[in-house]
Design a protein around this ligand. Structure first.
Ligand SMILES: Cc1cc2nc3c(=O)[nH]c(=O)nc-3n(C[C@H](O)[C@H](O)[C@H](O)COP(=O)(O)OP(=O)(O)OC[C@H]3O[C@@H](n4cnc5c(N)ncnc54)[C@H](O)[C@@H]3O)c2cc1C
Length: 271
């Protein structure tokens, strides 16, 4: 374990979990792209850090049969490059995160732990029915994404726990991710939608982001996709799952409207 001024950089997951158990108020940092915004704005003044950047277990991407594991410290730049064939919708979402510089640092574990309703990986993870692996010195838990995200910027993570990674099933068939923002690049989503369907196996998933307190799976819309239901029914199912609020970035009515437009387009892309 390396120790510098106020920061520890463990070299194994076991060492990181031991530090977390010993000092749960130590600020956990991965890429720092969310945390440093708070530090630079003067909202955060961490006195000590637990950096996860040198923990090899958190950097793993593993494929076993139909399962895929993506470690918490895998950056969006790697997801964009390495998962384009295995998890195309996740790779598409990764491509829309910030700029190249942000994607080189920002991690999927940081996106999950920040749990912003607009986090771009989250509707995709909902559409894949992903499971989050969390660990502490007490052991490991596997938490369905819908139970891990408990509210805006709130997760099920305990004070002594770390996100280790996410487990996905490798899926076949068509899949896509899209988000709406005020520009074509470098945007925080006003709404986002991920969907996948394999009409041979009848397997489908739909996830929405930035239109509810947290990203959500929409099983009713997935069923319509799987059964070849109409575009109007699909749009209605997606929009009825949304519960957006008026905020600084967009009024609720705009988010509803934009989500309906995205749903209509996505239904066409997945045909
Ligand atoms: C200019 C800019 C543009 C951005 N654009 C986008 C965008 O388009 N889409 C998007 O979704 N996000 C965007 N973000 C937000 C940010 O980049 C992402 O949320 C990113 O995934 C955060 O990952 P990180 O590794 O940098 O997290 P960090 O900043 O290191 O950490 C974020 C939070 O997660 C906790 N944490 C990190 N890893 C773990 C772990 N393994 N276990 C437990 N807790 C952990 C930290 O303690 C902290 O509370 C942007 C940020 C900036 C500054």
């Amino acid at each position: 374990m390396i120790s510098t001024d106020g920061a520890v950089l463990p070299r194994t997951l076991a060492a990181a979990l031991a530090v977390r158990a010993d000092d749960p108020v130590r600020t956990v940092v991965a890429g720092g792209t969310d945390l440093m915004v708070g530090v630079n704005a003067g909202r955060l003044r961490p006195s000590s850090w637990l950096s996860l950047r040198r923990v090899p277990e958190l950097q793993r991407i593993e494929r076993h049969g139909s399962s895929l594991f993506v470690g918490a410290c895998v950056t969006f730049a790697r997801i964009e490059r390495e998962l384009v064939d295995t998890a195309p919708a996740l790779a598409a979402a990764a491509r829309t995160v910030g700029s190249v510089q942000i994607r080189n640092a920002a991690t999927i574990g940081g996106n999950l732990s920040t749990a912003s309703p607009a986090g771009d990986s989250l509707p995709v993870l909902a559409c894949y029915h992903a499971e989050v692996e969390v660990a502490s010195v007490r052991g490991t838990r596997i938490v369905p994404i819908g139970e891990f995200l408990v509210g805006p910027k709130r997760t099920d993570l305990g004070a002594d726990e770390l996100v280790v990674g996410v487990h996905l099933r490798r899926t076949t068939g068509e899949q896509a991710f899209a988000k709406v923002g005020p520009r074509a690049a470098m945007v925080i989503a006003r709404c986002s939608l991920a969907a996948r369907v394999d009409r041979t196996t009848g397997d489908a998933g739909v996830g929405i982001g930035a239109v509810a307190p947290c990203a959500l799976a929409v099983p009713a819309a997935a069923e319509i996709l799987a059964s070849g239901g109409s575009v109007d029914d699909f749009v209605a199912a997606v929009v009825s799952a949304a519960a957006p609020i008026d905020d600084l970035r967009a009024p609720a009515a705009y988010r509803h409207h934009a989500l309906a437009v995205l749903a209509r387009r996505m239904h066409g892309w997945l045909q």
